[in-house]
Write a protein that binds this ligand. Structure first.
Ligand code: SAM
Length: 330
């Protein structure tokens, strides 16, 4: 009998592979391709455009870290906006905090929600049962643009990578609108890519620079996510004034009485103790991008390579060999 493996490239020459017991479902929606699989080690998992979103085995790590960190920094959070998060795991975790009164969740692709309700009741359970959740199907970018000023205590951007429908959720314009939609003690947490492999680190740096240009406090925190690229993954923490370490109130957080499997106050503090190479990456000015911008061909000009956008490095090497005039303006 043939073995069926799901593989996801984490770098051009490194990938994660999972032996698949069964492919449960596959659908192309107007936004993305959705696939559900079953496996021995990770249980059920689903992918969007070939990238793992969640697995039964490790989703608790991501969802506990996106929700508990801001709730410890401001235990008075009542109004929450989730952008994306179609599997429902973030909504499930936020709803464990009984003091939260309203959770608006804006997901662009209704099919992700409906299919997770069928195949992933473990994460989608709160979407069916909790009356505090208002499920809205639409573009998070537009929703935040139209949101009233100061409407939310917390915005959680549980998005896909900066490709396809998730791209707009990594722009300065989106971060500015989030800033406006947050009140004075507002916190923004966003899916912030990985510091490890080059392409991911590039996206991480770009997101950080944009966030830091909008919010007075902007940093990242780390967690271990076995099925994401390199396993070393980050959330961004941005706020109008609250500091993620100095303002963390673990006494009040412990009064929520939650039984977690990953998050605890020690993990919270350690998550913000960034390894030296991550600190350096975040501080690094993107020299190549500056050069490219100064030459006036980025971002006006992009280069496709094997049906994907070329990286800055690839574009520079292409231009070195072929000359700038070989590029076509967008
Ligand atoms: N934990 C996952 C990860 O980091 O890989 C993210 C999970 S969640 C499934 C991501 C969701 O973001 C998807 O369901 C996708 O449809 C949604 N999404 C992408 N772009 C969006 C947008 N502009 N507005 C609202 N939702 C969006």
């Amino acid at each position: 009998m043939l073995d069926l493996w799901f593989s996801e490239f984490h770098a051009p020459d490194a990938k994660l592979s999972i032996l698949v017991k069964e492919q449960l479902y596959s659908e192309q929606t107007p936004f993305q391709k959705i696939d559900f699989f079953d496996s021995e080690t990770f249980g059920k998992f689903f992918t969007l455009d070939g990238l793992i979103m969640i697995t039964e085995k490790d989703e608790f790590i991501y969802h506990e870290m996106i929700s508990n960190v801001p709730m410890a920094v401001n235990p008075d959070i009542k109004k929450v906006l989730i952008i994306g998060g179609g599997d429902g795991g973030t909504a499930r975790e936020v709803c464990r905090f009984k003091t939260v009164e309203q959770v608006d969740m804006v997901e662009i692709d209704e099919r992700v929600v409906r299919l997770c309700q069928k195949y992933f009741p473990q994460t989608a359970c709160a979407l069916d049962n909790d009356p505090r959740i208002n499920l809205i199907f639409g573009d998070g970018l537009k929703f935040v643009q139209d949101a009233p000023e100061g409407a939310y205590d917390l915005i959680l951007v549980d998005s896909t990578d900066p490709l396809g429908p998730g791209e707009g959720l990594f722009t300065t314009e989106f971060y500015r609108n989030c800033y406006r939609a947050l009140n004075g003690k507002g916190i923004l947490i966003n899916q912030h890519e990985s510091p490890y492999y080059k392409e991911y680190a590039y996206e991480m740096r770009r997101a950080h620079k944009k966030l830091a240009s909008v919010f007075p406090i902007a940093t990242v925190y780390q967690f271990y996510m076995p099925t994401y690229s390199s396993g070393h993954w980050l959330f961004g923490f941005a706020s109008k004034g609250l500091d993620p370490v100095k303002d963390a109130d673990f006494k009040r957080w412990s009064e929520f009485g939650l039984q977690n499997r990953y998050y605890n106050p020690g993990v919270h503090l350690g998550a913000f103790a960034l390894p030296n190479y991550v600190q350096e990456e975040l501080q690094k000015e993107d020299e190549k991008k500056q050069i490219a911008e100064a030459l006036g061909w980025y971002p006006k000009v992009t280069l496709m390579m094997n049906d994907r956008l070329a990286t800055i490095d690839e574009m520079i090497s292409y231009i070195q060999h072929k000359g700038k005039n070989s590029l076509v303006e967008n």
